[in-house]
Design a binder for this molecule. Structure first.
Ligand code: DAH
Length: 332
């Protein structure tokens, strides 16, 4: 078989997986060299057929095993080359590099925080690993409420969990008992969700205002949210839609006119012209009871930072925020 040595030689010299595949086809393809030898078997006399077939099979195994070894060598080599070529030397100074890119989530966080700090809110942070009391019980989410479901929340055991919202910070702040309260709480939250618009870890900003007597009311809430949403999204329409949250009464969801179609109706707003952006309400009396506050009133709201970033930047897959792909981040 005069071609055998030549092919083995070509395989050993081959330096790219795609060329190796061509060589494989040259031998094993439909009209390949070895395939031809096998089809010629029928022209061989019966006495030597068995011997020739055995030899062909030996050759077949030999070439296959050489190809397998060569393929993994080349793959490893190509992978190393790729890693090498994409390496970033973080110590290298290059004046042509842009000074810094902000992550879109951080940019939006900063923009939100700037607004509320300017409105005399202070920042308050809470633990990511929370207990049942602060996450649910004190927020008037009774046992067996569907939001407590294992489907939605990551539990460590019966009483400890990864907080599924920033609302526990409301409870921790009120427990300190100092009035007036005027806080926002930015931070990560966790839910068992994963698709274009949900990720198991995302970020919220919670706000809580509490003062004595009837000094804090829905009108204050409405005013600040309208001002805030105009600051975030510019020239938009805003509507309050009555809704339900266990920790507020009355409660509302707030919609803005679609930032993409300006309210005409498009795919993003499901042709409604409106986008839901946050939940809010007047703090339910049961929440005050749970933390031992009396004769006070308050309002609260909570919003998803990724949602704000998606709407601000026209990003349609939330998961791309967490892929740490510089090509995406460089756009901000
Ligand atoms: N905790 C709610 C959620 O994660 C958001 C929310 C709604 C927070 C209404 C609030 C509120 O403070 O008043 O979906």
């Amino acid at each position: 078989m005069e071609w055998l040595n030549e092919i083995l030689n070509e395989i050993s010299k081959c330096s790219q997986t795609k060329d190796l595949e061509l060589l494989r086809l040259k031998v094993f393809g439909k009209k390949g060299l070895l395939t031809n030898e096998f089809s010629n078997l029928k022209n061989i006399s019966d006495d030597s057929k068995k011997q020739v077939a055995k030899e062909l099979n030996d050759i077949k195994q030999k070439i296959e095993s050489i190809l397998t070894t060569k393929k993994s060598e080349l793959e490893e080599f190509e992978l190393n080359q790729k890693i090498e070529s994409q390496k970033i030397d973080v110590s290298l100074f290059n004046s042509s590099l842009s000074p810094m890119y902000g992550h879109p989530i951080n940019i939006i966080f900063d923009k939100i925080i700037d607004y509320f700090v300017g409105m005399d809110f202070s920042l308050k942070y809470g633990p990511l690993v929370e207990d049942d009391f602060h996450s649910f019980e004190a927020l008037n989410l009774p046992k067996f409420h569907p939001a407590r479901d294992m489907q939605d929340t990551f539990y460590f055991n019966d009483s400890m969990l990864l907080r599924p919202h920033t609302s526990p910070v409301q409870i921790r702040t009120m427990e300190e008992g100092k009035l007036p309260i005027r806080i926002i709480s930015p931070g990560a939250v966790f839910r068992r969700d994963y698709d274009m618009t949900h990720s198991p870890m995302f970020h919220q900003v919670e706000a809580l205002v509490v003062d004595k007597d009837k000094e804090v009311n829905f009108a204050n809430l409405k005013y600040i949210l309208e001002d805030f949403l105009t600051y975030m999204f510019g020239d938009i329409k805003i509507r309050f839609r009555s809704s339900f949250f266990p920790f507020t009464e009355p409660s509302a969801e707030v919609d803005i006119s679609c930032v993409f179609c300006k309210g005409a109706g498009c795919r993003v707003c499901s042709n409604t012209g409106w986008l839901e952006v946050l939940g809010c309400g007047v703090v339910d009396n049961n929440v005050f009871k749970a933390v031992g506050l009396k004769d006070v009133s308050g309002y609260a709201f909570g919003l998803g930072v990724e949602r704000f970033a998606m709407l601000s930047y026209g990003v349609n897959d939330l998961r791309s925020f967490f892929e740490t792909d510089l090509r995406l981040l460089e756009q901000f």
